[in-house]
Design a protein around this ligand. Structure first.
Ligand SMILES: [Zn+2]
Length: 380
């Protein structure tokens, strides 16, 4: 266990039916049950322990009946690591608020139409939990009502109260699912802390979630301010208010310097973000600076640099993306080859780039778990 008072304590784990995962950890985005361009064997090769899926998207396609028939999502994906499922509420609610359709957000849940086929879907706290039991997720995240950074104090208050009520309903649904399914390994139940920039609301939300039996806590709302800086004080507040053995889900936080920054507070973080995989497909690669072994990590961008593989200068570089990286891409291929693959738009380019970027993140997390210092390149 660790706390903000003891930021370098070790041994914090996310206990799941698919193994204990040392924290902090990073989850790649597997919204529709795949991390784009790589398979689950690839994920293990680069040191990934858990993935983040989206319950709502999977309930739509392939559908829960198909997942059940396959024996659960782990069987369907051929993945023996942990699966964390998000409710899908963030995507729906932020879209509705953006479109000004807040009347669709009611006490009982959210009504919306799927953009591609116009099909009406109702998202309720209970239904979202039932979906996540059907998927056999290791961690289930309750439905929450997220506001935008510019919303009024009244809207922040309403969103917080709604999030608390929804969590209470989610908890009842969770207990019912445990009884009905006689689940030996029920998922860990995570509540999302809302409250915008108001510390009093955030505290009220944490207290209510703890009281209703939340086993982990997500940071809701907008992790970055208008200037793109981390809402550090609010993360610090949540780290301080939550039970010291509870994992903290920094939903959508993924810039390397932000991971380092938050690990100064505590090591209980579970990060998830599309940055490494999306950037990989755009040819934006991550490399530690050559002297990382002596330099260590800092909460700024000084410990890494981006390699833009499309740049013409890479066409003749017979070196790996990162000299200290042990990923399959860096072990075998040069920047010149990768540059060529991107140029001719070969699908292999995306896969090799994704493997490398994910390994950059798992190396970063290894360093953070070791206390922020560098680790030698050994895993593969
Ligand atoms: Zn690499």
């Amino acid at each position: 266990m660790t706390s903000v008072d003891d930021p370098v304590a070790s041994g914090v784990c996310l206990e799941t039916a698919h193994g204990a995962i040392a924290l902090p950890t990073f989850l790649p985005d597997a919204t529709r049950a795949s991390v784009r361009t790589v398979d689950t064997l690839d994920l293990r090769t680069v040191g990934i322990d858990a993935v983040m899926v989206n319950a709502m998207h999977l309930a739509q396609r392939p559908g829960l009946r198909n997942v059940r028939q396959a024996g659960g999502l782990h069987r369907l994906m051929a993945w023996d690591g942990a699966i964390v499922s998000d409710s899908g509420g963030f995507q729906v609610l932020s879209l509705l608020r953006k479109q000004g359709k807040t009347s669709s957000i009611r006490a009982g849940g959210v009504t919306f139409r799927e953009p591609d086929n116009g099909k009406k879907t109702v998202l309720t706290p209970g239904k979202v939990i039932e979906w996540q039991f059907s998927l056999k997720s290791d961690v289930a995240i309750a439905l929450d009502d997220c506001t935008g950074p510019d919303d009024s104090a009244a809207e922040q208050l309403a969103s917080t109260e709604r999030t608390i009520r929804w969590f209470q309903q989610a908890r009842k649904a969770y207990d019912l699912q445990c009884r009905q399914r006689r689940e030996a390994d029920p998922p860990l139940l995570v509540g999302v802390v809302q409250g915008g920039a108001d510390p009093t609301l955030r505290e009220r939300c944490v207290d209510a979630l703890v009281e209703s039996g939340a086993q982990g806590f997500g940071f809701g709302g907008w992790p970055l301010n208008a200037a793109g800086e981390l809402e550090f004080d609010m993360f610090a507040l949540i780290a301080r208010l939550t039970p010291s053995n509870a994992p903290l889900f920094a939903l959508g936080v993924g810039r390397p310097e932000h991971l380092v920054s938050l690990c100064q507070l505590t090591r209980r973080w579970v990060f998830d973000c599309t940055i490494p995989t999306r950037d990989a497909r755009h040819g934006r690669l991550y490399a530690f600076v050559p002297d990382i072994a002596t330099r260590g990590l800092t909460p700024d961008r000084g410990f890494y640099r981006n390699v833009y593989i499309h740049d013409e200068e890479n066409a003749r570089v017979d070196e790996p993306i990162c000299a200290t990286c042990d990923c399959p891409t860096c072990r075998r291929y040069s920047r010149a080859y990768l540059h060529h693959l991107f140029r001719v738009r070969d699908g292999l380019a995306d896969r090799l780039a994704t493997l490398h970027n994910l390994r950059f993140y798992t190396r970063l997390l290894e360093m953070l778990r070791a206390g922020g210092g560098p680790v030698p390149a050994t895993a593969g």
